[in-house]
Design a protein around this ligand. Structure first.
Ligand code: DI6
Ligand code: FE
Length: 402
């Protein structure tokens, strides 16, 4: 059997079918960046020419997948956090030009190099925490040229760092000032100009919107999704975050990859998601930052077998989160997921939420050799420890990155 490298001296979890499926004293053989063989080290294949890597103990998991981030943006909203905790109200902050509008303004004024370098700094934190695949959304440009720049910045990050970057166009995120009071006209502009132009340059892997009272209505999202469908692009949706509008049900009718947030989801929504194979993406960082009280309906997702993914939602307003492992912990503590469900949520189910089930998310022969070796004595510790640096080695497409 031919292979390029053989990795050994660890236990591993494959996460096949969303369960640990542990293999003790395991080994992985890699050929052309993919897993060529996996099993107990005692049975591992031999090759004269292969490079041998001893990982020095610990547990190996599939590389983690952060399937929902807004990590490309300019400016900072840290001062708003300080202001709010010093008693300044949201309304006053918005009146002073703060909030999402502030990020749009800063992002429109930024050169692509600036977006790449600040995005790079944030992405480094995720990599330190075991991420080998990340989704990055646009949505702070809200005009064709800036949305394009954001997506190009995201693609550049994927070309320079040891991580697979999946891009999402989130042009229906908020209403830009030049379309004030004209949400329908803005949606027309997205459908006729923005989406076709971005798709033509192959900058978009999926299309996302913000379906909310303070975002866009289901009727507006429907038109936007129709335009995405015509271009052959898969969709996903920020839905049921602050109120129950039926966005997740609508997304399911488009066979959406995922519906995200979902604190206010109802049983009909969950049933529709189950029938469509739509993944529920849980974002405990936004739940925590907003001090939300309403919990997503975990029991319903379990009952209808809707796969649950977990992501950071890394964004400057509602989720300034730089650790996916912290989100696993919060999903357990705040939403009652088990550590095994939490790990499935950042591996196999997150891969499904990105349409990448055939290439990553589990440790199986034929999949990309994306894996992480952790300094832990059991896989449940990945959800147990709060903070700290547990990653020992990061392997992306069969190469050791750190
Ligand atoms: N939901 C949110 O809570 C954020 N975006 C979204 O779709 C807000 C993003 C921000 O405040 O910058
Ligand atoms: Fe988001």
């Amino acid at each position: 059997m031919h292979f390029d490298s053989l990795w050994h001296n660890f236990h591993l979890v494959t996460m096949e079918s969303g369960q640990y499926h542990p293999i003790y004293d395991a080994a992985i053989a890699v050929c052309d960046g993919r897993i060529a063989w996996i099993g107990p080290a005692a049975e591992s294949p031999k090759s004269q020419s292969a490079e041998i890597y001893d990982l020095g103990g610990g547990w190996v998991s599939p590389g983690l997948i952060d399937c929902h981030t807004h990590l490309v943006f300019a400016g900072s909203r840290a001062s708003e956090f300080e202001q709010r905790l010093n008693g300044v109200s949201y309304e006053q902050i918005a009146y002073q030009g703060g909030g999402i509008v502030a990020t749009v303004k800063a992002t429109r004024g930024a050169a692509i190099e600036e977006l790449v370098s600040s995005g790079n700094r944030r992405l480094q934190h995720l990599l330190q925490d075991g991420v080998t695949t990340v989704e990055i959304k646009s949505g702070y440009g809200l005009d064709l040229s800036t949305e394009k720049t954001m997506l190009k910045a995201a693609r550049l990050l994927g070309q320079t760092l040891p991580v697979r970057v999946v891009t999402t166009c989130l042009a229906a995120h908020a209403l830009p000032p030049e379309f004030s009071q004209q949400a329908d006209e803005y949606i027309d502009y997205l459908c006729t100009e923005v989406l076709p132009a971005l798709a033509a340059e192959q900058l978009v892997d999926a299309v996302d919107g913000f379906c909310e009272g303070i975002g866009f209505s289901t009727a507006q999202i429907q038109r936007y999704f129709d335009a995405a469908k015509l271009l052959g692009l898969p969709v996903k949706l920020h839905a049921e975050q602050l109120s129950s509008l039926g966005g997740s049900r609508l997304a399911a009718t488009y066979r959406a990859l995922s519906a995200d947030h979902l604190e206010y989801v109802c049983e009909d929504d969950v049933r529709a998601m189950a029938n469509a194979g739509t993944v529920a993406v849980l974002l405990p960082g936004a739940f925590y930052t907003l001090r939300e009280q309403q919990q997503p309906a975990i029991e319903l997702f379990r009952h209808y077998r809707v796969p649950m993914a977990i992501a950071t939602d890394l964004n400057p307003g509602t989720s300034p989160v730089l650790s996916l492992r912290l989100m696993m912990n919060m999903a357990c503590t705040l939403f009652d997921l088990t550590p095994e469900e939490a790990l499935a949520g950042v591996t196999i189910h997150a891969a499904k939420a990105l349409g990448l089930s055939s290439s990553t998310g589990t440790l199986e022969v034929g999949k990309s050799a994306d894996f992480v070796c952790w300094d832990v004595d059991s896989p449940g510790e990945l959800s147990y420890w709060v903070g700290g640096q547990l990653m020992k080695q990061h392997i992306y497409q069969g190469s050791l990155s750190r």
